[in-house]
Design a binder for this molecule. Structure first.
Ligand SMILES: NC(=O)c1ccc[n+]([C@@H]2O[C@H](COP(=O)([O-])OP(=O)(O)OC[C@H]3O[C@@H](n4cnc5c(N)ncnc54)[C@H](OP(=O)(O)O)[C@@H]3O)[C@@H](O)[C@H]2O)c1
Length: 264
């Protein structure tokens, strides 16, 4: 299937590893020019080299931390210089802190809000002028989480903030229609990235069992009985960023092996 994005320009934020990296790779494979961003210059350099080797095209990168407003202002200036136009924006930064309600003070709540919600808001703000210039109509895809649709115990901060992202996507999709920009979200379930391997190692230490045993226990709760692979999430992101979904906006699509089974 030709997704119709050959020659278009995409920015993927949070692309040095995990779902963002696989999204950048998927977009490159479809013929888009891809710019990548995350905090670590070393990780970006490494990711860009691997993407270039896999796809045979140059991948430019910029180091910015979305929890620092000034970094995202610098990202905007870099984009102006680098391309001046964007067709696709993917925001793949975020994560969950596994902690019960009683362990969380205001500082923890605000930090997670900035990481999961305000970071995405800042990135959209930085990219908006460039997306408005897209001849084909801009597309924004923001990574949410299945926990927003079926809140997990001990993940209250990300349950709440990822639910906020769904509201953000539905609001922006309506507001940006006047610019011919579609806005959607992909909500992954448990996915094999460093986010989960780090968590499994921590839980394994706390419980005196192996990380593999922790992963096995968590996978048993998933109808498909396994974690997702980052490229399985990225495939949906790329699809939503393509012209094959030209009548889809304001949506949050679950890619979660069936774990969030609510009727609405
Ligand atoms: N993995 C899962 O099970 C899962 C489940 C539900 C939802 N999700 C969501 O899916 C998205 C991607 O998750 P993932 O598992 O792929 O994460 P990941 O493997 O931890 O990768 C996160 C990426 O974001 C970058 N990043 C982290 N903090 C950043 C910041 N403050 N500013 C800029 N870049 C930053 C990281 O690179 P640097 O270190 O270079 O900054 C990395 O490239 C997130 O929104 C997450 O909440 C994941």
């Amino acid at each position: 299937m030709d997704l119709g994005i050959k020659g278009e320009t995409a920015l993927v934020v949070g692309a040095s590893e995990g779902i963002g990296y696989e999204t950048a790779k998927g977009l490159l494979e479809e013929g888009a020019e891809v710019l990548i961003c995350s905090r670590s210059a070393d990780k970006l350099r490494y990711a860009a080299r691997h993407l270039e080797q896999a796809c045979g095209r140059t991948v430019h990168w910029f180091a910015a931390d979305v929890t620092r407003a000034e970094d995202v202002v610098r990202l905007k200036a870099w984009l102006e210089n680098e391309t001046g136009r964007l067709d696709i924006l993917v925001s793949a930064v975020g994560g969950s802190r596994r902690a019960g309600f009683e362990e969380l003070d205001d500082t923890a709540w605000l930090a997670n809000y900035e990481f999961n919600v305000l970071g995405a808001v800042r990135v959209v703000r930085a990219a908006l002028d460039f997306l408005k210039r897209s001849d084909a109509g801009g597309r924004i895809v923001i990574l949410g989480a299945a926990g927003a649709r079926m809140p997990y115990e001990h993940q209250v901060v990300s349950n709440v903030h990822k639910a906020g992202l769904i509201a953000l996507v539905k609001t922006l999709g309506a507001e940006f229609q006047k610019y011919n920009i579609r806005v959607n979200s992909v909500s992954p379930g448990r996915t094999l990235t460093s986010l989960w391997t780090t968590r499994a190692e921590k839980l394994a230490r706390e419980r005196g069992i192996s990380a593999d045993d922790v992963m096995y226990e968590f996978s048993r709760e998933i109808p498909m009985q396994r974690f997702g692979r980052p490229e399985e999430i990225a495939a949906m992101v790329v699809f939503l960023a393509s012209h094959k979904t030209s009548y889809v906006t304001c949506q949050s699509i679950l890619v979660d092996g069936g774990i969030a089974r609510g009727l609405i």
